[in-house]
Design a protein around this ligand. Structure first.
Ligand SMILES: Nc1ncnc2c1ncn2[C@@H]1O[C@H](COP(=O)(O)OP(=O)(O)OP(=O)(O)O)[C@@H](O)[C@H]1O
Ligand SMILES: O=C(O)CCCC[C@@H]1SC[C@@H]2NC(=O)N[C@@H]21
Length: 272
């Protein structure tokens, strides 16, 4: 069962999620974390909800978190870095979720498909997205960072999806056949995030995490379609840079950096 007591009981972290706020129902945990940030909540504060009624996705889209089966959570971080070093945190969270979910299944030989990452931060199991991440930066008036809210929606045990997302979305359960204890998922992912964040803090980039990220990069060595507002083109994904950009080889043979934001990346024959 997803509640504060069960999460706390399994939490092996020093600071991540140590200040834990659990809500049965909320509009958006990203908005809750933003308010807590304004009120001075500490680094590592985590808001978790069972039901989210106005969940926000990327590009102004909505995000479904029906009760009883999924996880909506937002982690408040207070990085002592400049704003240009913050965008990699969203990739670091994607990596942490993939690792945390895998940790739960590490001993289970029946599970063939372990979590991968579709750049920049969608966590994918057996070709379907089981997690989306929405990171929001909150600044002070003097252009320094006040806090960063990393919002994570994990489809844990959900079995039916709205028609519009049926082809793309799945849950840990639909993709592995195993029902997961949501409190364990939260604890495992927070543990991984804490370890990864401490590596990030040594360089403020991905140099110490790039290899682990690239091992899970589903786009690697594949031809992808780059959906640039200026036009679509195909390229071969090679890996990532320390700044989180996707490195691709374009048709003239040169290597180009793709930055997350305006640009989307798709497989040639579908989502991945
Ligand atoms: N629980 C859910 N699981 C998966 N997708 C969901 C869920 N709820 C809503 N969605 C929506 O499904 C769509 C998934 O789209 P998709 O992952 O392809 O795009 P994206 O990652 O937001 O952006 P990009 O175009 O950069 O890939 C989004 O519109 C997302 O908001
Ligand atoms: O579209 C995406 O892929 C990103 C989805 C992010 C959803 C999470 S759920 C918890 C947090 N609160 C929100 O309103 N959105 C994020």
């Amino acid at each position: 069962m997803l509640n504060a007591e069960n999460i706390r009981g399994q939490l092996g972290t020093k600071w991540a999620a140590r200040n834990l706020i659990f809500k049965e129902v909320t509009e958006s945990t990203n908005d809750d974390a933003k308010v807590l940030g304004e009120e001075g909540a500490p680094h590592g504060t985590l808001v978790v909800a069972d039901v989210q009624t106005s969940g926000r996705g990327s590009r102004g889209r909505s995000w479904e978190t029906p009760g009883g089966s999924n996880i909506a959570m937002s982690l408040l971080i207070r990085p002592t870095a400049t704003p240009d070093k913050v965008s990699v945190l969203t990739l670091i969270m994607g990596l942490s979720i993939a690792q945390g979910v895998e940790d739960l299944f590490a001993m289970n030989e029946d599970i063939a498909d372990f979590p991968q990452i579709k750049w920049p931060n969608d966590v994918v199991i057996a070709g379907k997205k089981i997690c989306g991440i929405l990171t929001e930066l909150h600044m002070n008036n003097d252009n320094t960072i006040n806090n960063v809210v990393i919002g994570v929606g994990i489809n844990a045990n959900m079995t039916s999806f709205p028609e519009e997302i049926e082809k793309i979305a799945g849950s840990i359960y639909t993709q592995t056949g195993f029902k997961v204890d949501r409190a364990s998922v939260v604890a495992a992912c927070m543990k991984r995030f804490e370890e990864n964040y401490e590596k990030y803090e040594r360089t403020y980039d991905l140099s110490l995490l790039k290899e682990e990220y690239e091992e899970r990069l589903i786009n690697r060595d594949r031809t992808v379609k780059i959906l640039d507002p200026a036009g679509e083109y195909e390229a071969v994904a090679l890996g990532i840079g320390n700044d989180g950009a996707l490195k691709v080889r374009v048709s003239d043979g040169s290597i180009v950096d793709i930055n997350a934001g305006e640009v989307s990346v798709r497989g040639l024959y579908g989502y991945v």
